[in-house]
Design a binder for this molecule. Structure first.
Ligand SMILES: [Zn+2]
Length: 162
């Protein structure tokens, strides 16, 4: 595929994306994590923001942010029509991302966020980072397995610290 065609294709895909539906980028990352033995929940609705990848027992979530929908500073290109609509929409999305990140940090969860372009351009580094953080948390959990209960399903996000 030529570069221009590839760009057109990915742009169309982005614009036609139905929220909550798996994108190619998400599938690619999940498949590789699975191949490396990581077992996760995908689009985990029990958690704030429905993380693309979640390890509830480790209190770890991963978000993969589309360059378009999340307003990547490098790649976001404002649509030519309905400028005001898009400006507000993307602004709200960015604010929500920030709030969600703060909530997880505040609750002492580990949150990783990657841009779509990182997944595309730097796939190995993204995977290595997720695997490392996961393995470190799993090792810590193992070391404290006598005191730490499985937190899966017990997180109440109505109760978040402000
Ligand atoms: Zn980007």
């Amino acid at each position: 595929m030529k570069v221009v065609e590839a760009m057109e294709a990915s742009k169309n895909k982005t614009l036609s994306r139905v929220r909550g539906k798996d994108t190619k980028m998400e599938v690619k990352v999940r498949q590789e994590l699975w191949r490396r033995g990581l077992r996760y929940r995908k689009n985990y609705r029990k958690l704030l923001g429905t993380p693309d990848i979640a390890f509830p027992g480790l209190r770890m979530v991963v978000f993969l942010d589309s360059c378009f929908w999340h307003g990547c500073p490098v790649h976001y290109k404002e649509p030519k029509s309905n400028v005001e609509f898009w400006r507000n929409k993307i602004k709200r999305n960015r604010e929500r991302d920030k709030e969600q990140t703060e909530h997880y940090v505040c609750e002492k969860w580990t949150i990783l966020r990657f841009w779509e372009h990182e997944v595309n351009d730097d796939f190995e580094r993204v995977i290595a980072e997720i695997v490392k953080v996961h393995d470190d948390l799993a090792a810590q959990r193992e070391a404290h397995s006598d005191v730490q209960e499985d937190l899966e399903g017990e997180v109440d996000f109505n109760d978040l610290c402000e």
